[in-house]
Design a protein around this ligand. Structure first.
Ligand SMILES: NC(=O)c1ccc[n+]([C@@H]2O[C@H](COP(=O)([O-])OP(=O)(O)OC[C@H]3O[C@@H](n4cnc5c(N)ncnc54)[C@H](OP(=O)(O)O)[C@@H]3O)[C@@H](O)[C@H]2O)c1
Length: 375
């Protein structure tokens, strides 16, 4: 039976795929939009991605505003939502502390408050760095007592985006425990395109990496042979988000959405370079050296690299036991990585979604779903 859902960040990359999947499963989807006039475009996009336009509706608001800036009428409209999916974020490098905090931290708390006020499940999308404890300790996060963390210092170390995502996570978890709210969190690795169509949005980090490689801007592999950039396809991620969102047993639980067999960074660049028919970089450059070089004013811009993005290239391996257990429970599996990367490259390099979609034989048989159960 269809469930009322409320989605923030529904116009974003992951959000579009989530809205498509929820609507295809028969749920009513109310999407918080800063520009509600864009709803027709989102409906069309959701249809292209395998969804159904009819049950998708816009609600005007902004997560950084108290009460999300909802009108009384829209408040009543979303009050029936049983699940609040929180994906909205300022996802860009170079944010100031104030910008990042207002949307990613205060905004997340505003969304959590709304979910609690109507007794809804909050499904929050975090990020895999939250499961990298050595990294968190290394940048000064007090995991045992997060409220004692010097957050401005963390922001200075890792940048506004990552700092605010980390702070938001601990602030929302604390708030939900204080008020007895129902929440579950999915932590995605870096997201790449849909495994069948390759669909990805231009501003995504992986799309940028593909374009840089194609343009010959990658002269060396950052880090060592142990360094990797953990990835996940958007279709697997959305299947996991939906499974967790509707699973009563996931209250107060967190799970990683990550393909643990993602090759090391050099191997990944080789796969992408082969799909692009360009040469992959062979030599490694230490990340500390790259960071130092990027301090030269203007160089980051010229090379198309941000020091903030380097944090996501790391050597940590993760405990995937919970993810594996949930894959079995929701009957989902990672699609073929090589094929998904090839399709993503094809899409980034000019494939139009409709064209790629028909080449892939449509979206109806998403490989991430082993059987018909979609949560
Ligand atoms: N993509 C990844 O590799 C990745 C990896 C780990 C975690 N994540 C997390 O996954 C979530 C979704 O990521 P994404 O890649 O889909 O991001 P995205 O494509 O950049 O989309 C961001 C979304 O947030 C909305 N938004 C931004 N500021 C807002 C505000 N003040 N009020 C309301 N909505 C606002 C945007 O709406 P507009 O259309 O109005 O701009 C857009 O819908 C984020 O929380 C991100 O941190 C992403």
């Amino acid at each position: 039976m269809g469930v009322e859902c409320f989605v923030t960040g529904g116009s974003g990359f992951i959000g579009q795929h989530l809205v498509a999947r929820l609507s295809a499963a028969g749920h009513t989807v109310r999407v918080l939009m800063r520009k509600p006039g864009d709803i027709e475009r989102l409906r069309e996009q959701a249809e292209q991605l395998g969804g159904v336009a009819g049950p998708i509706h816009a609600v005007e608001g902004d997560i950084s505003k108290a009460g999300l800036g909802l009108s009384e009428r829209d408040k009543r409209c979303v009050s029936a939502a049983r699940v609040v999916f929180h994906l909205a974020a300022q996802f860009t490098w170079g944010l100031t502390l104030e910008q990042a905090h207002a949307v990613n931290v205060q905004g997340a708390l505003n969304v959590a408050e709304l979910a609690v006020s109507q007794g809804a499940r909050l499904l929050m999308v975090g990020g895999y760095m939250l499961r990298n404890e050595p990294h968190l300790l290394g940048i000064g996060v007090d995991i045992a007592q997060p409220e004692r963390t010097d957050w401005p210092a963390v922001y200075r170390r890792v940048g506004g985006y990552e700092g605010s995502k980390l702070e938001a996570h601990f602030a929302v978890v604390r708030y939900m425990h204080e008020v007895g709210g129902d929440y579950a969190i999915v932590h995605p690795a870096t997201v790449f395109g849909h495994s069948e169509t390759g669909h990805i949005v231009g501003g995504q980090p992986l799309a940028g990496l593909i374009r840089d490689l194609a343009a010959g801007r990658f002269m060396a592999v950052p880090g060592t042979a142990e360094h990797w950039l953990p990835l996940v396809t958007v279709d697997y991620l959305v299947a996991m988000i939906v499974g967790v969102a509707f699973d009563p047993a996931m209250n107060r639980r967190e799970v990683l959405a990550m393909y643990e067999h993602t090759p090391n960074l050099q191997g990944l660049l080789q796969l992408l370079a082969a799909a692009l028919s360009v040469k992959a970089p062979r030599w490694h450059v230490p990340i500390t050296l790259l960071r130092a070089v990027l301090r030269i004013p203007g160089l980051g811009k010229r090379l198309g690299i941000s020091a903030e993005s380097l944090n996501f290239i790391q050597t940590q391996r993760f405990d995937m036991a919970e993810s594996t257990r949930l894959e079995r429970r929701y009957r989902i599996a990672h699609p073929d990585m090589g094929r998904a990367l090839e399709n993503t490259v094809r899409y980034v390099m000019g494939g139009d979604l409709a064209q790629v979609r028909s080449a892939a034989g449509g979206l109806q048989s998403s490989p991430t779903v082993i059987s018909g159960r979609r949560g």
